[in-house]
Design a protein around this ligand. Sequence first.
Ligand code: PXP
Length: 255
Amino acid sequence: MTKPLPLRLGVNIDHVATLRNARGGQRPDPVRAALAAIEAGADGITAHLREDRRHIRDNDMARLKAAISKPLNFEMAATPDMVRIALATKPRAVCLVPERREELTTEGGLDVVGQRESLAPSIARFSDAGIRVSLFIAADPQQIEMAARLRAPVIELHTGAWCDAIEDGNTAKAASEWQRIVAGTTLANSAGLEVHAGHGLDYATAEMMAALPGIMELNIGYFMMGEALFVGLAETVRQMRAAMDRGRARLAANP
Ligand code: PXP
């Protein structure tokens, strides 16, 4: 039996900054949260520098890059300004996401088919700078195929619609969204793409994702920060790691 490849946990610390910004001071510090998450077993830190700077700020990105010992995944919209900041920050990876100022969170995947001409030069610039590019997309075959054509090494599948359907008790929608994720992962792997996933994941859905062959990284934030209020961030990271390990163990038993 071949052992499944390890599954990385990227902890998104955006909402520590949301809380800090509510009072406009220095605390709680997202860098401290990043260090605590790494200490507890996170494999990397994800942070989204939004155009409106509603949570993470430029200085947070620079401080994260300087302070953490694990890879920094810089989430961003592919605007010229953000590309410039990310190239200067030199994270291990960038994840290109769609962004609308009025949205509460990143609501849908990036339209790489529609935006292929504007995305191609950014992907090339990051690749030339040695920064891994991930495209945050829905598990849609056309988007996946275009990501591969644009030579992005990684895609991150948007799990939000699936997680929402589970939370709403809409089992039919949850089942069809899950099938889309399973088929999308297989297609992406066969096109040579590394597959990550994220948005809306909790312990149960992260465990299910971990049991899916071909998923290499989960990026999780909001649920974990909510849990951290009750059990602490370190314990939340440990519980998430344990959930992911349970999923990977199921995969090892039933490859
Ligand atoms: N991955 C990407 C690309 C995201 O935009 C987000 C949300 O910022 C996440 C993962 C994490 O989602 P959540 O905070 O719902 O766990």
